[in-house]
Design a protein around this ligand. Structure first.
Ligand SMILES: [Zn+2]
Length: 291
């Protein structure tokens, strides 16, 4: 039986190679069902979510890791986020049909970079930029690792309507006892098919790929969907619009209604709520007030 919504870490004995396997299921379906983009765009979102969960876990981040591609193309926004609590959320936005599905990611997004932001909640978030290269997110992410982490890393990603799965192999610093092991193991891993990655359980995948190796497989770590939106954060967004713009919207629509694009939560503010928001602002000490 396949383990749902779990990450597995493993080590390959006698090599400095570590790996991770992930399957997002219920957590992924939540993101999948909320999107009205094309199947192609949703497949990319699944890849991105599997990738950020693998990245967040490999880099042992504290806080959140967000992958974002923003462009002017048929798909113009892709956001995937994972946290150190192993929660995920993501969205993809498409404005028109993709004319050539064999086009490169750069052409499909009309963008040339992937922005990876690590926010530990203290100070300025760390932003890494990787060129958007190739035809798949795994290619683009391998390039990112090569530049920023300098640890040889290979990633395999697959997604369909029920799961988003991934496999990551990384070579840690240090002499290889067995000089050919990295090549051999990555070549073996490359024989995995999307269907196997999506349907087999962790033991079956590891056996299928590396049955001649001795592997230490660690306990599963659960992953779940969770959105970090809140009424409080939405209030702050309204405050940042400014009093006059907020009044204009109230005047036109009778209330301010903001729904979260990650989870569809709906936040409503009537004229009393909005008045309170801006009044509480005025109660702040004078040097807090911005004009
Ligand atoms: Zn939300």
């Amino acid at each position: 039986m396949k383990s749902n919504d779990q990450i597995f870490r493993f080590l390959i004995d006698h090599t400095p190679i570590r790996g991770q396997l992930i399957s997002l299921d219920a957590s992924w379906q939540k993101c999948y069902q909320q999107s009205d983009a094309s199947e192609y765009a949703k497949e990319l979102l699944g890849h991105a979510l599997a990738a950020v969960t693998l990245l967040a876990s490999t880099l042992k981040i504290d806080g959140s890791l967000t992958l974002q591609i923003r462009g002017q193309g048929a798909i113009h926004l892709l956001v995937a986020q994972a946290t150190n609590d192993r929660t995920i959320r993501g969205l993809v936005r498409q404005s028109h049909e993709i004319e050539n599905p064999d086009a490169s990611l750069q052409e499909i997004f009309k963008a040339d970079k992937i922005v990876i932001t690590i926010d530990n909640g203290k100070g300025k978030p760390h932003q890494g930029i990787a060129p958007l290269t190739g035809f798949s997110l795994s290619e683009a992410l391998e390039a990112y690792f090569e530049h920023s982490e300098q640890l040889p890393t290979r990633v395999w990603l697959a997604s369909n309507e029920s799961s988003a799965s991934g496999l990551l192999l990384q070579k840690l610093p240090g002499e290889l006892e067995d000089k050919d092991s990295w090549n051999r193991l990555t070549q073996l891993a490359s024989t995995i098919t999307d269907q196997e990655l999506l349907e087999l359980d962790e033991n079956e995948i590891l056996y299928r790929l590396f049955h001649e190796e001795s592997i230490a497989l660690f306990d599963a770590e659960p992953v779940r969907f969770q959105c970090s939106c809140s009424r409080n954060k939405t209030s702050n967004m309204i405050k940042s619009l400014g009093k006059s713009e907020a009044s204009d919207i109230l005047h036109e629509q009778g209330k301010i209604q903001i729904s979260c694009e990650f989870c569809n939560a709906n936040y409503e503010f009537d004229s009393v709520d909005v008045k309170q928001l801006f009044e509480s602002d005025m109660n702040l000490p004078e040097n807090y007030t911005t004009h």
